[in-house]
Design a protein around this ligand. Structure first.
Ligand code: ADP
Ligand code: MG
Length: 164
């Protein structure tokens, strides 16, 4: 993904990835502007743990489960909604229309797991989060965006930033 801004983070445990997610979730709650968090990564890299961290930082009290079968779960915290998609099982762009994907990702705060299946359907207001397995418990987490500046990305990444 060619974007204006990017930052590289690394985590060394599930707890790190959850914490990084929390930092992002808190940022989204405070920012109060639409943003689509597009999560990309192979099976078992940590997309769902990252999502759960985002939910925690956003202020969501209930447990977040992967919406692989539901396709979308809706949460709310501090009067602000968060839409969590998993498009792994979707094959056709038409199906996105049916689940209200465009309204939610363009006008709300959302998380989309397996966003790389439909990269061209996401809005300009997207934060790309690409997780790569470096080892048993090491993950590279690249955050890239045209909307959030390098400074904002570095603020979210905090102690996990290795390069920007
Ligand atoms: N640094 C890490 N961050 C996230 N998950 C990790 C990490 N190290 C090991 N894991 C393991 O990787 C798996 C990630 O699972 P999950 O979040 O469900 O992935 P995905 O949603 O991408 O399929 C879990 O089994 C978790 O214990
Ligand atoms: Mg998952």
């Amino acid at each position: 993904m060619e974007t204006k801004y990017r930052v590289e983070c690394q985590t060394h445990s599930v707890e790190d990835t959850t914490q990084l997610g929390k930092q992002l979730g808190a940022f989204l709650q405070e920012r109060q502007e639409p943003l689509c968090v597009a999560l990309i990564g192979d099976l078992g890299t940590g997309k769902t743990h990252m999502s759960q961290g985002i939910g925690l930082g956003f202020g969501i009290k209930e447990e977040m489960t992967s919406p692989t079968f539901a396709l979308m779960n809706t949460y709310e915290a501090h009067g602000q909604a968060l839409y969590h998609f998993d498009v792994y099982r979707l094959d056709d762009v038409c199906e996105l229309e049916n689940i209200g994907f465009y309204e939610y990702t363009e006008d709300q705060i959302s998380i989309v797991e397996w966003a790389n299946k439909f990269p061209h359907e996401l809005p300009d207001e997207t934060l790309w989060v690409t997780i790569t397995r470096l080892g048993e418990s090491e993950r590279q987490i690249m955050m890239a965006s045209d909307i959030l500046s390098d400074d904002e990305l570095a603020q979210i990444g905090g102690q996990y930033v290795v390069r920007n």
